[in-house]
Write a protein that binds this ligand. Structure first.
Ligand SMILES: Nc1nc2c([nH]c(=O)n2[C@H]2C[C@H](O)[C@@H](COP(=O)(O)OP(=O)(O)OP(=O)(O)O)O2)c(=O)[nH]1
Ligand SMILES: [Mg+2]
Length: 316
């Protein structure tokens, strides 16, 4: 039997204040020469991923990392190696990137790359970079359709670009009618509609993707088309989301909610323990949260917060 050896890698996503991130081309003489990647390289014996990141970014491009947060962890099997990639978001550094190995650099806008091809293991990373910090869930159930649509218009004008349309109380036909109304509003902004429920529903309604309730996640065996995330409560459900190659997970409840006041909650410590296990997708916190909880969420390793009631309050 042959033993599969894992190559551990650290890579840095340098993100400028304007949101653009850095890709470099792989130097001649390496596997996948000319392909685009995040700067980084293999861990040396005894190194932590962060130590390797700091060393590699200095060696490859003369950049001194001053702020880096562990982000996604992706495993991938190439013909030349089985790799485990630890991606960091690097939000502060000293020095301008210099190509010490003859590579080219390109600053890129998430979702609008001007270079290709990018290493195949990086696909989920490039998708994750497009996701927002605040993921809003609709609230027709409480506000009523007309009042909620007014709030949606305000939120779009203020920058909302993603929406999960979750209205389990609506019969299928009413849901489809609402989805059409919503699509018409999102389209001029290029905002994305994620339908809540079965993947087939997103397909039928021509949505950008689907948000799977945990129950649907656990009975889904193939990755649905388009964007796809899921609600999760534990490590088993997170692992299923990873197996399917989903784009994000929403993990909770962080705090007690009005809809489930007596249910068990994770708190940010419980969230950090689960979300910090090295998933290939970003994880949002949900459950009794407000915009003001964003910093606490990100300190616990979250992509951000999923908001229901609070997404539609305080808009004017
Ligand atoms: N640096 C980097 N490597 C990546 C990314 N995505 C990805 O699949 N990889 C793979 C390609 C390689 O198999 C491995 C990284 O190895 P590397 O060739 O960059 O390693 P290194 O900089 O330490 O180079 P060397 O010492 O072996 O010359 O991880 C990425 O975004 N950045
Ligand atoms: Mg390298």
């Amino acid at each position: 039997m042959t033993e599969t050896k894992t190559t551990h890698v650290a890579a840095g996503i340098l993100i400028r204040p304007d949101g653009q991130f850095l890709l470099g081309s792989r130097p001649e003489g390496k596997p996948y020469a000319g392909w685009w990647e995040f700067p980084g390289g293999k861990l040396e014996a005894g190194e932590t991923p962060l130590q390797a990141l700091v060393r590699e970014l200095h060696e490859e491009m003369g950049v001194t990392v001053s702020m880096a947060q562990p982000w996604l962890v992706q495993t991938f099997t190439y013909p030349h190696a089985h790799v485990r990639l630890n991606f960091f978001k690097v939000t502060d550094w000293q020095g301008e990137p210099h190509p010490h190995e003859g590579q080219a650099f390109a600053w890129q806008v998430p979702g609008a790359l001007t270079v290709d091809p990018v290493l195949p293991a990086n696909t989920p990373i490039l998708r994750g970079l497009q996701l927002p910090a605040v993921l809003p869930f609709s609230n027709v159930a409480e506000l009523g359709e007309a009042a909620w649509l007014r709030q949606l218009d305000l939120a779009l004008a203020q920058g909302l670009r993603w929406l999960v349309l979750r209205e389990p109380q609506l019969p299928a036909a009413a849901y489809a009618g609402l989805a059409a109304e919503v699509q018409a509003r999102l389209q001029p902004y290029g905002a994305r509609l994620l339908v809540h429920g079965q993947p087939q529903r997103a397909h039928d309604l021509g949505a950008a993707g689907v948000h799977l309730p945990a129950r649907v996640l656990m009975e889904t065996t193939e990755r649905p088309e388009g964007w796809c995330g899921a609600s999760v409560h534990n490590a088993t459900e997170l692992a299923r989301a990873a197996e399917l190659g989903l784009d994000y997970a929403v993990l909770g409840a962080i705090q007690p909610t009005q809809s489930h006041p007596g249910s068990a909650t994770l708190g940010w410590d419980g969230f950090a323990a689960l979300a910090g296990q090295g998933w290939p997708f970003p994880v949002y916190g949900i459950g009794g949260l407000k915009q003001a909880d964003l910093a606490a969420a990100q300190a616990a390793g979250a992509q951000g917060v999923a908001l229901l009631r609070a997404a539609w309050q305080g808009l004017s």
